[in-house]
Structures are given as C-alpha cells and as structure tokens.
Design a protein around this ligand. Structure first.
Ligand code: CA
Length: 466
C-alpha cells in the first residue's frame, strides 16, 4: 500500500496519524490521564519473541541442564504467566495474532506463509488491511524497529516498512541458517530492504542490532520488536560453547543448549543496555515464545505438558510468557489466569496512551495492566479458542476441549495439566457447552481463499474417483 493510501486507511479506521498520544478507547484500558506515569512519560515498549523453545527449557520453569538467568530475570523483575498462550501452535499465524491483537482467523492468516518463490503460498502474508502494533505505536509518536524473523509475508507490500516499522534488520521467511547470511538466496539477511553479508552468528547479530537500536533511540519513545529465530532449526550453536555443555549427553540437546544460551546472553545485553541508559524503569518489556517446542526436531522439552509444536494440546500452545515494567508492575508476581499473546498489543497501546482501533474492528486481546496491578480481579478471558485446519481447541475456565483429527478429548487443566485423563464420557454437559462455545467463535472466523480452493479441488477429485 502506498504511504498516502495507508495514511488514509489508518485515518478511516480511527487510527490517528498524529504524534501526540491520545486518550485510549480500548476495552479495559486506562486512558493516558489515568495511567499516571504514561501521562508524564510514555514507556518504551520491547517485545522479545523466541522461536520453538520448549515450555520446560527456562530456569523459572524448572529447567536444570541449561541456565537462562537473563530470561528468568524478566520474571523476577515483573510478572510470570503460568497460563500464557499463543494463538497458534506454529510460527506465522502466532505472529499475525500477536502483531494485530486479533485472532488471525478473522483475516484468513490461519497457516504458515511461504514456501519459497514459485510456491502456492508465496504471495500470502499478513493482509495489508490489518493494523499492526507498530502502526499503533508509530501513530502515538514512537520510533519503531523490527529485528529478526519476520514470517508475515515475502512480497514487498508485506515488508516491515509497510507495516508500521521505521527500521528493520532480519529476514523475511520462516527460518534461517545461523552461520550463513544467505546472500544470493531468496531469503537473505536484510538491513531495511538491502541484503547484507552478515558474518556474526545470527542470534548474536540480532542481539547486537537490538542493543544498537536502543542506543540510537534512547532519548525518544521507542518500540522494539525483537524476534529471534533461535531456537528453531537448523541446529547450529556458536563455536564458543563447544565445550560448555558436556553434562548434556544428547548431542542435539547440547547444540540446543548453545543456541538457547546465545539468545539468553543477548537478552542479557539488551537488559543491561536498558539499565545502563537508565531506561529500565520506563520500559514495558514482554518475553514470549511463539509456539510449543518441536521436541523431535530440536530436542526441546515441554514437560509436564502434552505433545508438541503443531498440536492443540498444551505442549503446542502454552508457552513461556512474562512481562516486566519496574516503574509500574510489582516484581516477582506470578499470574495464573489464562492470558494470550493477543494481549500484548492492547497492553502496549494502553501503556503508550495510544488509540489502537476504531470503528467496528474487533480486538481479541485485552489490556492486561489493570489485571496485573490488581485493580481487576476477574478473568481477562472467559474463553480462548484455537483453530488450524481440521484441528481445534477451546479453553473455558479450567476445562479444555481438544480436537486433533478424529480424536476428541476433554480435560480439566486444574488437576491435569498434562491432558492425560479424557473426561468427555464423564461430563457430557461440559462437552456440549464447550462445543457450543467453539462453534460460536468459529462462526466469526474465515478460511483463507487458497485453502477453500484446495479443499474444493480435493473434494472434486475424491468424488471423481468414487
Ligand atoms: Ca516457531
């Protein structure tokens, strides 16, 4: 979308392109006048995303063979979510949900984008009619930067520059080698739109760029979206850790430990830079993983959760998720009510005193600040739903219904976080209510056009055979 057209579009949906903060109309948001500190000084916003990390692979979730002191420190300095979810068990749809604050099925972003040029989904990306967290914060006067994995579309009109970001360093597709910049391939490392010959181990390069972004913009409100591709495959650890994890016998997990440690150290450098520049108190910082660990592919661990990335069980969608804002949120709190990465946008927008959406646009995330300060005692979400093709799930309070292919299970997460005891025969009324809840949600969602075409083609083919 051309700049002028985009500005017009933002205006039309009620997203002012003014630099001054305006009173929020978000559901549950405090206005700029009510948020105190936001009134006097808008916080910086940082969102750190890891990729394919296991639920059990951080110290504050009980990991004992790999140390993650810097990620753990975010929980110690802020709030750790024990029931923190993402809106999909794979990479791209989760990011589409997080970056818009909306269930991605509302706008047909149900599946991963890609594959490489020539493929069926080459031109699929986050619809340009959607408004991103970067659009929202930019409109409130923030300088915005994305570092790392994009995975929201390869075509030029999906580039971060067209989605509210002022700066970009990273790659556009879904995964990347950590030791090869990929010059000359379809998926190079880009600074802005220009391929660069990156020599550093990629996770270290992303940390370097994140720190540099903060240094460049320390004297103005900034939004940094730092999306590591660690610890996604390919399994490549920095050489400096080659002798560091001899206590881990599994070779793949030993490499995983090096990849994770590099990311944790990079996050430590970013946190140290915020402290050094005296910005820590005034920075709202989230850490979230994008989907459950694919235990076979990268030797991650999700225990005690059931299953892995790609599934609707807790091992696919419940993730490490935490937030710190020392100036506003008490340190060391553990929050047990279900929250979801869709909440990041409305929370950040409220903190910034920005208008996020106007008109009839449905926002599924909620502003978590009143819940985290104790002002609101109710549940942020009565229900949460997931859908990916034939598979779906719904959580309502502590019950969760999971449908994976032909298999259906009803679980009580308060006593069975591992989803091992199917209660559907024992609790038919609960099952019926959960199905009804899901159908109501599902009726508001759409299916991507290419997916409908593919399904129709397959059905016609099947019909011809029979
Ligand atoms: Ca992922």
């Amino acid at each position: 979308m051309r700049n002028q057209t985009r500005r017009e579009f933002l205006k039309a949906i009620g997203l002012a392109a003014a630099s001054a903060p305006v009173v929020s109309i978000l559901q549950g948001c405090a206005s700029a006048g009510q948020t105190g500190r936001a009134e006097s000084k808008r916080p910086n916003i940082v969102v750190i995303i890891s990729d394919d990390m296991g639920y059990a692979d951080i110290g504050c979730h009980g990991c004992r063979d790999i140390a993650t002191p810097n990620i753990d420190s975010i929980a110690q300095n802020g709030v750790r979510f024990t029931n923190g979810y993402v809106s999909c068990p794979v990479c791209s749809p989760t990011r589409a949900g997080l970056i818009t604050g909306r269930y991605q099925q509302r706008f047909g972003h149900e599946y991963n984008t890609g594959p490489p040029p020539g493929g069926q989904r080459e031109h699929v990306g986050l619809p340009v009619t959607e408004v991103t967290i970067a659009d929202v914060l930019k409109s409130a006067g923030y300088v915005t930067g994305a570092v790392g994995k994009w995975h929201l579309g390869l075509s030029p009109h999906f580039h971060p520059f067209k989605r509210g970001f002022d700066e970009f360093f990273g790659f556009l597709h879904g995964n990347h080698s950590f030791i090869d910049a990929g010059l000359g391939t379809f998926n190079p490392i880009l600074r802005g739109t220009e391929p660069v010959d990156e020599k550093e181990y990629l996770t270290d390069a992303f940390s370097r760029e994140a720190v540099a972004f903060v240094e460049r913009h320390h004297d103005e409100p900034f939004f940094l979206y730092l999306a590591y591709n660690a610890v996604h495959t390919p399994m490549q650890a920095p050489q400096r850790y080659k002798d560091s994890f001899k206590h881990i016998t599994n070779q793949k997990r030993r490499i995983y430990a090096g990849m994770l440690t590099s990311m944790d150290e990079g996050i430590g450098k970013l946190l140290a830079k915020l402290r050094e520049l005296n910005l820590e108190e005034d920075t709202l910082l989230f850490f979230v993983n994008d989907n459950g660990g694919p235990t076979g592919a990268n030797a991650s661990r999700n225990d005690p959760l059931r299953a892995t990335k790609g599934t609707m069980y807790e091992g696919g969608v419940r993730v490490p998720f935490m937030v710190q804002w020392p100036g506003r949120l008490k340190a060391g709190r553990v929050y047990h009510n279900p929250v979801i990465a869709l909440d990041i946008l409305p929370t950040a927008a409220a903190a910034a005193g920005a208008v996020a959406f106007g008109g009839n646009r449905k926002l599924d995330g909620v502003n978590l600040l009143p819940y985290l300060t104790g002002k609101k005692k109710t549940l942020p979400h009565q229900t949460l739903c997931w859908r990916s093709g034939r598979n779906h799930a719904v959580r309502k309070k502590n019950f969760k219904l999971v449908k994976m292919g032909d298999e259906t299970g009803l679980f009580d997460l308060s006593s069975d976080v591992g989803e091992s005891k199917d209660l559907k025969a024992e609790k038919p009324d609960v099952l019926k209510d959960m199905e009804k809840t899901y159908e109501k949600w599902n009726s508001q969602m759409i299916e991507p056009a290419w997916s409908i075409q593919r399904r129709t083609r397959r059905a016609t083919k099947k019909k011809k055979k029979t």
